[in-house]
Design a protein around this ligand. Structure first.
Ligand code: SF4
Length: 105
C-alpha cells in the first residue's frame, strides 16, 4: 500500500500547535475521566494562559462541526459540552444576522 494512502500519514499538525502550552503538559490532563473534577479544571486553567487558545478552539469547533460529533477532551479552554453550547450560540447568532439582512423577523 502506498504510504500517502494511509490517512494516519496525511495528518499535519497546524502551525499554531508549535506554540501550544499543552505540548509541555501531561496530555492526560486534557482528557479527564470526569469533566466535573479537578483534572478538567486544571486543563482549563492551563488553556487560560495559552497563546493559541483561539486557534485551538476554532479548530475543535470546526472538526466537531465537520464530523457532527463531540470530541473527547478539553480544547481551547472548553469542555465538550461548553463547545457544543458555543457552537449553538454561534449558529443562533448567524441565523439572527441572516434574518436581519433579509428583513424577516
Ligand atoms: S488552548 Fe489548551 S488545549 Fe488548546 S493548545 Fe492551548 S493549552 Fe492546548
Amino acid at each position: 500500500m502506498p504510504e500517502q494512502s494511509n490517512p494516519a500519514n496525511a495528518f499535519t499538525p497546524p502551525t499554531w500547535w508549535r506554540f501550544a502550552v499543552c505540548r509541555k503538559a501531561d496530555l492526560r490532563t486534557f482528557f479527564p475521566r470526569h469533566y466535573d473534577g479537578p483534572t478538567a479544571l486544571a486543563a482549563k486553567q492551563i488553556c487560560t494562559g495559552c497563546p493559541v487558545r483561539t486557534a485551538c478552539l476554532e479548530e475543535a469547533l470546526r472538526v466537531e462541526r465537520d464530523t457532527k460529533s463531540r470530541r473527547h477532551g478539553v480544547f481551547g479552554g472548553m469542555l465538550p459540552e461548553e463547545r457544543h453550547q458555543e457552537w449553538r450560540r454561534r449558529t443562533r447568532d448567524r441565523r439572527k444576522r441572516a434574518r436581519a439582512v433579509r428583513g424577516t423577523p
